[in-house]
Design a binder for this molecule. Structure first.
Ligand code: B12
Ligand code: SF4
Length: 493
């Protein structure tokens, strides 16, 4: 009897809530890992539990005649659902190897591999390692000599040598056509009414001490060439008629020449795509006029910038290698060239003082003034393992999970951190609310035009919020509670 060349890949649910996320993103980890397998003639079942209500039944059925089950996960709820999947497969009496990959297993390979439901962990880049693993299994061979994996056998944990990070241009195009109902991954959003997610690079050269990138890719950045990106975009347009692309690259603009050439090619090929991608703040001020012109003309909707903090000392502590002045200069540069810029800020870092948080609010307000709207996102610090900030958080009393099972119930979203009370979070949300309505964005204004109720709500909230921002007065937030009540009524009305 010949061994089936079939592999099952699971992208577990990434949140605990009952409903699904407002955007439906294509599971890029499954697409990247499966691309070489499809090219080598494997039958690969891609199961995205975020869109598939019957994902567990489907998974168990698919595993019956397969060589291996691959589970992708980042730190967070995906571990919980990945373990649920593994238990179901074992409960159904199947012995196929279960292989874990993605950021969390790559950062904690030994700990992950010690779980009874992890037969191997693939560290870092998954494409070549998975292909070799599947090849060994399809030949009925042992896989324990494959480079880039960690496994535990008979109580002993073994980490095989690292695999050099390969040039991603050698991997085949992402097989979006193999997803179940690929059209469900088109989102109606700011970059386009039929937008899809895509990734054109891997890793990041920076060294931020709260981030997973330096840990997994060792500050190396590998990127598709402009020709490769253009050919992928052409495929997405012809296959799915996309008119918007959200780049999931950790950082897209590392090489100014590459970014400019992609944009020039989009213009030449008359692609008419809206797009947005991550940038580091200090890059923007250095781009040439020619680059900005090409980016804008090719449909760049916004630079997405991880600003993190407005405090010099916090930025230094996290080794962000930028200062508040870079954040402000980036807002000026983007605005000067008529391109939107959106920032992500974080509060609640371990050991962060009230004065430092206040500096973040000041910078958030300053960039809102420059760009003429509040276009940022406020996040609470969520610890992920393996970096200096995580160690600092542990030093301040944060529970440190000791096994994959314990990680399954570890809440990466604020709430479980000893120094971050509900009161603190409420206060920050309230401050953000005043910025949202004090500097209403295009999105807020568009929503206001939907109904009379909403218009009345947005006008009232804007007048009060603008006055508070002017006076820098945040006490007695009675208006906040009233407006929140009014907002629920307006949204349901
Ligand atoms: C999009 C995204 C999300 C989306 C995912 C939606 C979706 N359906 O895709 C959402 C919003 C849910 C999300 C949430 C979070 N995210 Co996020 N997210 C990303 C982002 C920007 C892109 C992910 C992606 O598609 N990458 C492209 C794929 C191809 O890359 P990849 O996963 O690395 O895959 C390669 C390898 O890892 C490996 N591989 C992956 N899976 C598998 C499986 C097998 C079997 C094998 C063999 C190999 C393998 O092979 C692939 C190809 O080489 C990444 C940054 C990035 N650029 O990756 C952050 C990132 C993954 N997120 C991160 C974080 C911190 C979070 C949050 C904790 C943030 C928060 N504060 O809450 C939460 C997690 C909680 C949760 N809800 O799950 C971290 C990961 C940290 C960690 N320790 O896991 C990242 C790396 C950001 C960063 N730079 O730190 N995120
Ligand atoms: S710039 Fe962004 S992706 Fe790169 S290391 Fe810093 S936080 Fe991570």
């Amino acid at each position: 009897m010949s061994t089936p060349k079939k592999v099952v890949l699971l992208y577990p649910r990434n949140h605990f809530g009952k409903g699904y996320h407002p955007w439906t993103w294509a599971p890029l980890p499954l697409l990247t890992v499966s691309a070489p397998l499809f090219a080598e003639g494997y039958d690969v079942a891609l199961i995205d539990a975020n869109v598939e209500p019957r994902w567990l039944d489907l998974l168990v059925e698919s595993c019956r005649d397969s060589l291996l089950l691959g589970v992708s996960c980042m730190t967070g709820p995906q571990i919980h659902f990945g373990l649920e999947a593994a238990r179901a497969v074992r409960a159904a009496g199947m012995k196929l190897p279960i292989v874990w990959g993605g950021y969390h297993p790559s950062i904690l390979p030994e700990q992950t591999s010690r779980n009874q439901h992890a037969d191997a962990v693939v560290r870092g880049q998954g494409e070549p390692t998975m292909l070799e693993l599947a090849g060994k299994l399809s030949q009925g061979e042992d896989f324990t000599d494959v480079d880039g994996i960690t496994f535990t056998r008979g109580g002993e944990t073994v980490s095989n040598p690292d695999r050099p990070v390969a040039d991603i241009n050698q991997f085949p195009r992402l097989p979006y056509e193999k997803l179940r109902s690929p059209r469900q991954y088109l989102n109606n959003m700011h970059v386009g009414s039929r937008s899809i997610n895509y990734v054109s690079s891997q890793g990041c050269p920076a060294r931020c001490q709260f981030c997973a990138e330096p840990l997994v890719y060792g500050r190396r950045w590998k990127a598709y060439t402009p020709d490769r990106v253009l050919s992928d975009l052409e495929f997405l347009q012809s296959f799915l008629d996309v008119n918007g692309v959200m780049y999931f690259d950790s950082t897209y603009f590392v090489n100014e020449w590459r970014a400019r050439e992609i944009s020039k090619g989009m213009i030449e090929h008359r692609m008419r795509l809206g797009w947005a991608a991550n940038a580091r703040a200090p890059q923007l001020d250095k781009f040439s006029q020619e680059t900005f012109t090409a980016l804008k003309q090719s449909g760049l909707w916004a630079f997405l910038v991880g600003a993190e903090s407005g405090s010099e000392s916090q930025l230094e502590a996290m080794q962000k290698d930028i200062g508040p002045e870079d954040i402000i200069a980036a807002a000026r540069a983007a605005t000067r060239h008529g391109i939107k810029i959106t920032y992500s800020f974080i509060v609640g870092f371990p050991g962060e003082t009230e004065a430092e948080i206040e500096q973040t609010w000041r910078v958030m307000e300053k960039v809102s003034k420059i760009v003429g709207e509040y276009n940022s996102q406020l996040h609470f610090y969520a610890p992920t393992p393996g970096n200096a900030l995580y160690e600092k958080a542990a030093g301040l009393g944060m529970r440190q999970p000791q096994s994959l099972e314990e990680w399954a119930s570890f809440n990466t979203v604020a709430g479980s951190l000893p120094w971050m009370s509900k009161g603190f979070q409420n206060h920050q949300r309230q401050r953000e609310f005043y910025l949202v309505y004090g500097y209403p964005s295009e999105w807020v204004r568009r929503r206001a035009s939907c109904s009379r109720m909403r218009r009345a709500y947005v006008s009232a909230a804007s007048v009060i919020s603008a006055a508070r921002c002017r006076r820098q007065f945040w006490g007695f937030p009675l208006d906040w509670w009233l407006l929140k009540g009014m907002r629920s009524a307006a949204n349901t009305g």
